[in-house]
Design a protein around this ligand. Sequence first.
Ligand SMILES: C[S@@+](CC[C@H](N)C(=O)[O-])C[C@H]1O[C@@H](n2cnc3c(N)ncnc32)[C@H](O)[C@@H]1O
Length: 486
Amino acid sequence: MPNQPKKKKGKSKLPKAKTTPLSPQAGQRKLTRPRNGLTETKKTPGRSKRDVKQKSLTVDNDPQKHRLKIEEESPEYVITQRDLFGNGHEGSKRLGYSPTYNGAPFTNFRSINTLTDLTALNLNWREADLPEKERTKHVHRLHPYLGKYIPQLVEIFLRKFAPKAVYDPFAGSGTTLVEAKALGIDAIGSDVSAFNCLLMKVKTDAYDLRKLEHEIRDSLDRLNSDLKQSLFADRRESKRTDNAYLQRWFHPNALAELLLYRELLRDYDYSDVLKVILSRAARSARLTTHFDLDFPKHPQTEPYHCYKHSRTCQPTDNALQFLNRYALDTLHRIKEFARNAKPNNKTVIIHGDARFVDLPCFDLVVTSPPYVGLIDYHEQHRYAYELLNLPLQADVEIGAAFKGNSERARKNYCREIADVFANVRRHLKRSGHVVVVVNDKNDLYDYVAQQTGFVVQQRLKRHVNRRTGRRSGDFFEEVLIWRRND
Ligand SMILES: C[S@@+](CC[C@H](N)C(=O)[O-])C[C@H]1O[C@@H](n2cnc3c(N)ncnc32)[C@H](O)[C@@H]1O
């Protein structure tokens, strides 16, 4: 994995952060009434006194205050946005989209090309329109990951903008990189989480499939025969660890099986694939309830009433069944993707903080940033970090749940997200586009765009069709389309 961690400390270097104007100003761009139903931009001719005054205002990175100031000081902006507002739901009054709920949702993804009018597409997929099987096809389901976006959404923007190279600063489980590979587009992904980088590498690597199959099957055979040996009792005794986390979260029998498999990894060239299999099995073999696999708080050591299965369930005491099952599933998924992907793309994976990473050139960004105070991305795969001895850098995670949702946390989030897009702008080709998929409930991202040198071109809104259970309920997200403000 080509890791390039950049350890820079201290404040970020967002240019002009303290004197960035608060509203569209002369020489920059102003949002105007569109000809075609889209929000578009125009150069304004001169520089007024008000613009000069605004330039010296101090920005305190509070998006809420910023919004008020925009509304007070820049009526065109507000009118344009309100004017465009169609049948969106409450709380989205300022946004320039008009979600369409009529007619069948759009699913002919291959038909998208550079001429496609994105606002004409109904992206409000329900389960029947875009079933889970499609959303999690081939390597997209190599390992659970909370916080992914839908691959088909990425596919749409890759086909629309047809870039030479796409960058995802928050690459996560690698959805953007996988979709780029499927279309033969070069891709760069960065993520601060070492496990996520491992996962995206395994998803996008090129494999000698016969060798991969041999290694996966051989590792399983060795594991199974080791466990069957009469000597196993002794072998298992030798499989101990001092790691308190692992001791706490696994039954000794399950842990012994995982540790035995871990011992085998070093004998194989494709050990990264085996690591992902190990991690996926470990996730299922933890002492958790079946209904709380994402963020269990305490190990479950006793039988319990299971809401998922409506019966009494036992915490698991073995990992072997999961190792066997996931090893074969992984092989199947990698083979399936190899049949679909274009062979000649290049993928670069950078393990580092997206605010500071050095990047090759790219002409499109497609990304979904972390939200403020919602998910701890390291913590959700903590078992993998402990088993695989991966470095934990949770403090560098932007918006991590453990940092909270206070006003201070939100201000930090705002500043850090702006730092990421300032870095993006430094490397993005002239007139390149940025596509951000986000639930922008704090109205932050127009501000980030302005601050970091982008023009907001469109805001599309879509209804995210949640499944059942704890994550059910209405949820909306927006697709923000920016262009470099050259
Ligand atoms: C919403 S997720 C992205 C999910 C991705 N779109 C996918 O489909 O898998 C946000 C990601 O941002 C990463 N992240 C958080 N802070 C970061 C930082 N400072 N630099 C790079 N990545 C960061 C998290 O580790 C997480 O994987």
